[in-house]
Design a protein around this ligand. Sequence first.
Ligand SMILES: Nc1ncnc2c1ncn2[C@@H]1O[C@H](COP(=O)(O)OP(=O)(O)OP(=O)(O)O)[C@@H](O)[C@H]1O
Ligand SMILES: [Mg+2]
Length: 238
Amino acid sequence: MPVITIANTKGGAGKTTAAVLVATELAQMGINVTVFDSDPQHWFSQWFETAKPRGTITLVNHVTASALEGHMRHMDRSSDYYIIDLAGERNQLTATALAFSNLVLIPVQGAGMDAKGATKILDILARIKTETGIAIPHSVLLSRVNPMVTTHSLLAIKGLLASRGVDVMATPVVERAAFREMFDKGVTLYDMEGSKVSNLDKALQNARQLADEVMRHLPVRVISTQPKKRPWQWGRAA
Ligand SMILES: Nc1ncnc2c1ncn2[C@@H]1O[C@H](COP(=O)(O)OP(=O)(O)OP(=O)(O)O)[C@@H](O)[C@H]1O
Ligand SMILES: [Mg+2]
């Protein structure tokens, strides 16, 4: 089953936001998703506890490197996609998660690219390739992009990174009040009212485009599956 890891050793890069958006969208499509919240600060878990997203998301928290490895080696087929939300630090869990990934998304904020944290992830991926010969697909995900930024300038950034051999997701995560509000209020985009949150329609469209692009990047295209018997498993330790 495809494993998507969201990684950047820099805190606040937009990892958990991307994890929430992709997991929620996949679940909306009827796809079974398991999210590993491997951040000791449990931002994803806190959001999950209050938001109670509709659909089929299973949460695994209190994840350690050895437990994650066990999970990945004996992966059951109850989930269609696995999403690992990493903490903003570099440790054994980072390397373990990356090694088991089918796609690594590296959120990077802004055109100026405060990219040191992203570089650390790229370094680990390069080391895995040297040591094992396995090239793990990875893409930078431009995050918190100002909505005024034009397609033209995004293409320029994409071109710049491509010239350095780094793939960039075509869909950026735009800076939106709705994305901030997901955490502030502990809700999903689908629980918000368009009259109260500006550009909610654009935020929803952005989330859907991102999830679609993520699925296109993965080897298996899952359309939808039967819901699990117990879609809400809260607090199951890895
Ligand atoms: N596209 C966006 N629009 C508006 N706010 C955003 C967006 N992306 C992230 N934020 C806000 O920025 C903050 C940090 O984002 P997030 O928690 O996703 O980053 P992170 O990389 O997971 O951080 P950490 O390393 O601490 O886990 C949050 O308050 C979040 O609401
Ligand atoms: Mg986070």
